[in-house]
Ligand binder design. Structure first.
Ligand SMILES: Cc1cc2nc3c(=O)[nH]c(=O)nc-3n(C[C@H](O)[C@H](O)[C@H](O)COP(=O)(O)O)c2cc1C
Length: 349
């Protein structure tokens, strides 16, 4: 019966415990998408996690959907990330880079030359994106031409190569939270009538193309993926999640990737439906504490537990769990603010 503090072997990588730090956007990068020095401190403070998954990182300039998020598409970004990765490794930690493209979540003010964002179909998100230039109404995106799609999928492979060059232990495909990959899965967002729309297999094609380009770059043993079925975010609806996610679990299982990370945040029993179909390491996330995480591992329903908000305010979370120490509550006011406050000033117990 596995416990939170037991190691977990993921092919060539051994996690020292099963307390995984969730990918979390913290908006402390510079305007060129380069990680800053306080980020090396922040991640190194959390190196006792069995695995750190980095904040979502852009695969290209067109992927950028928020102010002060990082990229892995320029040599400067690779060099800046190397400092973060080295700081984590120096503390004995392991870190994967989460790779994403925000698709229609982007706004022209964040894109090169004020470009129109791209998406599977020309359907806008309702509401506003809160940028450093103020709140900006989402725009109608441009539907990607079918001939452009292989190039966008290949950007995930290029970014994976860059991640390895920066020293990351592996990469995670961000197929969650209503960003570009997730936009293709959802028939209320993807109304295409070509090979990338319509059937469940067609809507899953872009995800698998992007994943396969990451596998070609890094090897399956260093590639993971995150999904969040029916999450209430970015206008995700997914009326047919019951068909999409079992299909994906089978396709992902066949690829023998490092892990499948599922954040169960919407009205769909993702863990019960996906875990039995996926033969590799299964990471369960969203809403866990020590007791529910231990229970999940003990029942065999997951191999590792992913913790988000608790890692914001408890840099030494694995030790607090192991020693039964109280957890510090954090403030969401500084989640996306600038500078060290609410970022590197949460002390260990
Ligand atoms: C400040 C913040 C930023 C987040 N940014 C990301 C992100 O970049 N990528 C991602 O996949 N999920 C992101 N999430 C979602 C978390 O990875 C996680 O799924 C969610 O917080 C639920 O887990 P928890 O209840 O343990 O916090 C973010 C969550 C928070 C609180």
């Amino acid at each position: 019966m596995a416990r939170l503090h037991d190691p977990l072997v993921l092919g060539p990588i051994t996690l020292k415990n099963r307390v995984v730090m969730a990918p979390m956007t913290r908006s402390r990068n510079d305007d060129a998408g380069c990680p800053t020095d306080i980020m090396a401190t922040y991640y190194a403070q959390r190196a006792s996690a069995g695995l750190i998954i980095s904040e979502a990182t852009c695969v290209s300039e067109m992927a950028k959907g928020y102010s002060r998020i990082p990229g892995l598409h320029s040599p400067q970004q690779v060099a800046a990330w190397r400092k973060v990765v080295e700081a984590v490794h120096a503390k004995g930690g392991k870190i994967f880079a989460q790779l994403f493209h925000t698709g229609r979540v982007a706004v022209p003010q964040l894109l090169p030359g004020g470009a129109q964002p791209v998406a599977p179909s020309a359907i806008a998100i309702k509401g506003k994106n809160y940028t450093d230039f103020g709140p900006i109404e989402y725009v109608v995106p441009r539907a990607l031409e079918i001939g452009e799609i292989p190039g966008v999928a290949a950007e995930f492979g290029h970014a994976a190569l860059n991640a390895l060059a920066a020293g990351f232990d592996g990469v995670e495909l961000h197929a969650a939270s209503g960003y570009l990959i997730h936009q293709f899965l959802d028939p209320t967002i993807n109304t295409r009538s070509d090979a990338y729309g319509g059937s469940v297999a067609n809507r899953s094609r872009f995800l698998l193309d992007a994943l396969d380009s990451m596998i070609a770059a890094a090897g399956a043993a260093r590639v993971g993926i995150k999904v969040s079925p029916r999450i209430k975010f970015n206008d995700v609806a997914e009326p047919d999640a019951e068909e999409v996610y079992p299909h994906l679990a089978r396709e992902l299982s066949a690829r023998q990737i490092a892990y499948l990370h599922v954040a169960q945040q919407g009205p769909y029993e993702a863990h019960a439906n996906m875990r039995p179909l996926f033969k590799g390491a299964y990471f369960a996330g969203a809403g866990f504490d020590k007791a529910s995480g231990e229970a999940m591992l003990a029942s065999g329903a997951a191999d590792a537990i992913v913790f988000g908000k608790w890692f914001v305010s408890n840099p030494d979370l694995p030790r607090r769990f192991a020693d039964g120490l109280p957890l510090a509550e954090g403030s969401s006011k500084t989640h996306y603010s600038k500078g060290p406050e609410g970022y590197i000033d949460y002390p260990p117990a």
